[in-house]
Design a protein around this ligand. Structure first.
Ligand code: FAD
Length: 365
């Protein structure tokens, strides 16, 4: 059977593309090397709890069209991301706001908070930040940096803040209201019943095959369709001819606990360097779960090597130069490249959906 499109990758990009193509009467085959659909938004049900297998996924967007699009497949709940930070046993609200400033310094008004921060920035006296540490100190002063940024960032990147480039932190938003809502976007929430409902809705009526690695049967698979949509790693697609792109990876340690409520919040960040993980997730709180048990996940940032999942692209000068060579090469091919791995770009969910819809609009209209 000949398909119009062979879509490699059943993540959000592949699923949205397949859905839109089907609406235009195109016949698609979606393959994925994993044993499930959904890519990194996949949830596994454990004791009635939707476990975010690849880390906390919170949907947020300012774009009403994207919000309406996802809500046409599944209703979203009113979950609001308001993580807390645990630094050596003390709790601080995030993002940095009046609650955090009160917890740090017992200040009660925005004016008092601004003056403490201004004083600390003055004391540090950094004029031209040469690394991430200096950049952060020059923006928020010593207390916020040392308690809430330093350890977390060093764990995330596996390097000292003094060895990281300043550009990683462009801004550090400070909020002078008592508002713990992490995102500024107009719309946010979690699909009621989990992300699999969104993916299953998108892929409804479309043929999918799991545990199929494109590179194992490349020519046979390509011969099955007129056009290829590729959402895997672009450097792998071109046999690494310009070198390997680098990533940061994560290890997830999932655990079921025989208790109703472990930490009282979906996300708790651990900001001290002595603790090897960056966050503990408690999944039931994403959906206001009332199950008898709970599932928690510790996130350990790790080096990436060939056999680990490539989660975060490292968009430094070297990698961006390599990627731009692959991109130039890909523009000469008839293949459609999309998504976080093929575009070597960190995409939030709403952004990857918008990018797939934009691509479809160009092709199908
Ligand atoms: P993916 O979901 O990675 O899908 C690509 C698929 O291609 C994968 O399933 C892979 O198995 C498959 N594939 C690759 N190579 C091959 C091959 N050779 N053969 C067959 N199949 C192949 N976004 C938010 O908006 N909010 C959040 O809170 C949020 N949290 C995140 C937390 C973490 C830890 C991470 C890593 C990401 C987070 N994101 C979040 C981003 C979100 O995961 C992405 O926007 C989205 O998953 C990207 O979809 P995609 O289709 O591009 O990639």
């Amino acid at each position: 059977m000949k398909y119009d499109y062979l879509i490699v990758g059943a993540g959000l990009f592949g699923a949205v593309f397949a859905h839109e193509a089907k609406k235009k009467g195109k016949k698609c085959l979606v393959i994925d090397k994993r044993s499930h659909l959904g890519g990194n938004v996949y949830c596994e049900e454990v004791d009635g709890i939707n476990v975010h297998k690849y880390g906390a996924h919170i949907f947020h967007t300012n774009d009403k069209a994207i919000w309406d699009y996802v809500n046409s497949f599944v209703e979203f709940n009113r979950y609001t991301n308001s993580p807390v930070a645990n630094y050596k046993g003390e709790f601080y609200n995030l993002p940095f706001n009046m609650n955090t400033f009160y917890q740090l310094w017992k200040v009660k008004t925005p004016e008092e908070a601004k003056s403490v921060i201004a004083e600390q920035v003055r004391e540090v006296g950094v004029k031209n930040p040469k690394n991430l540490e200096e950049q952060a100190l020059s923006l928020v002063g010593r207390d916020i940096y040392e308690k809430l940024i330093k350890g977390y960032t060093e764990k995330q990147w596996g390097r000292k803040a003094t060895e990281l480039p300043a550009f990683i932190i462009k801004r550090l938003p400070l909020r002078f209201t008592f508002d713990n809502n992490y995102f500024n976007d107009k719309y946010q929430g979690i699909p009621i019943g989990g992300y699999n409902k969104l993916i299953n809705g998108l892929l409804d009526g479309i043929e999918t095959r799991l545990e199929v690695d494109f590179f194992k049967d490349k020519s046979e698979l390509m011969a099955m369709a007129d056009q290829l949509v590729f959402t895997g790693k672009i450097d792998e697609f071109y046999d690494y001819r310009y070198g390997k792109l680098e990533y940061r990876s994560l290890d997830f340690k999932h655990e079921t606990l025989d208790m109703e409520n472990y930490q009282g919040n979906a996300v708790v960040n651990y900001t001290a360097s002595e603790i090897p993980y960056t966050r503990i997730l408690e999944h039931k709180h994403f959906e206001f779960g009332t199950q008898k048990k709970t599932v928690v996940t510790k996130e350990y940032p790790t080096e990436w090597s060939g056999n680990k999942e490539p989660y975060y692209p490292i968009n430094d000068l070297r990698n961006n130069e390599i990627y731009s060579k692959y991109k130039t090469l890909s523009e000469k091919d008839e293949i459609i490249f999309g998504g976080r791995l093929a575009e070597y770009k960190y995409y939030d969910m709403h952004q990857v959906i918008a990018s797939a819809l934009a691509k479809c609009k160009k092709i199908f209209s």
